[in-house]
Design a protein around this ligand. Structure first.
Ligand code: SF4
Length: 242
């Protein structure tokens, strides 16, 4: 496994893994319990947005997942804003803070007010997108096989700039950067000279992103934990049937 890029909310890595297993991990992101606002009581809304729109925007604010949160946790958050200008997520008060303070919710004019009480609960992404902890996507790493008859001009067609012409031979500087756009393949076809073939390897380039409720490492650990638990349950049931 090779880590290509890592930030608090994103990790990009190359690993040899079966595509079906990678897809299972991707789908299991939506089985990780996440805290999100589920009910909104709006007692005053002078802003130009309808109550429903404000409730929808508030529902999608990612909330920090503290370690103490269990599947039964509920949290109250309050928002009372009377100041002129934009109302932001950071103005919400309660035990669990929004991950990002600068999500705009609505706008108020002088003398207007927004008063909201929200209740957050724990749910899973397959129930509603607001409970999604992040996303994962991947693609194959390919070997770029270049025929010696390909014209030198093909080098300029690569948007990733990974084709090089050295001493009359075209080579690939970094096949992990090839996103299979096929611009080089089409160019050779049109010119009627040589061929370029993209041959998939067993490696995948995987990107895992967290929406901020937890770090990306924590998210990966949680996904693996839930998956292991579910597979354990299946295994137990199969044994019991013998
Ligand atoms: S398929 Fe696209 S990215 Fe890959 S080498 Fe060819 S032109 Fe470059």
């Amino acid at each position: 496994m090779k880590i290509m890029k890592k930030t608090d909310n994103q990790i990009v890595f190359v690993t040899e893994i079966d595509e079906s297993l990678a897809n299972l991990v991707r789908r299991y992101l939506n089985q990780v319990p996440i805290l999100a606002i589920d009910e909104v009581e709006i007692s005053k809304n002078d802003s130009p947005l309808y109550d429903e729109t404000i409730a929808h925007r508030i529902g999608l604010i990612p909330l920090k997942m503290e370690k103490s949160i269990t599947e039964k946790t509920t949290v109250k958050l309050k928002l009372n804003s009377k100041k002129e200008g934009a109302v932001y997520s950071g103005e919400m008060t309660g035990k669990n803070k929004p991950v990002y303070d600068k999500i705009p919710l609505t706008i108020l004019k002088k003398g207007q007010e927004l008063d909201v009480v929200a209740t957050a609960k724990v749910g899973k992404g397959y129930q509603h997108a607001k409970f999604s902890p992040g996303l994962m996507f991947y693609r194959n790493i390919v070997n770029v096989k270049i025929d010696k008859n390909c014209p030198a001009e093909v080098v300029g067609t690569c948007p990733k700039k990974i084709l090089k012409n050295g001493a009359g031979k075209i080579t690939v500087t970094d096949n992990q950067k090839c996103d299979m756009c096929e611009a080089c393949v089409d160019f050779c076809k049109k010119q009627g000279k040589g061929t370029i073939e993209l041959v998939p390897t067993k490696e995948l380039l995987i990107t895992l992103e967290s929406f901020g409720q937890m770090s990306v490492e924590e998210l990966f650990k949680k996904v693996s934990g839930v998956l292991k638990k579910d597979l354990g349950e299946v295994s137990k049931k199969l044994k019991a049937k013998k």
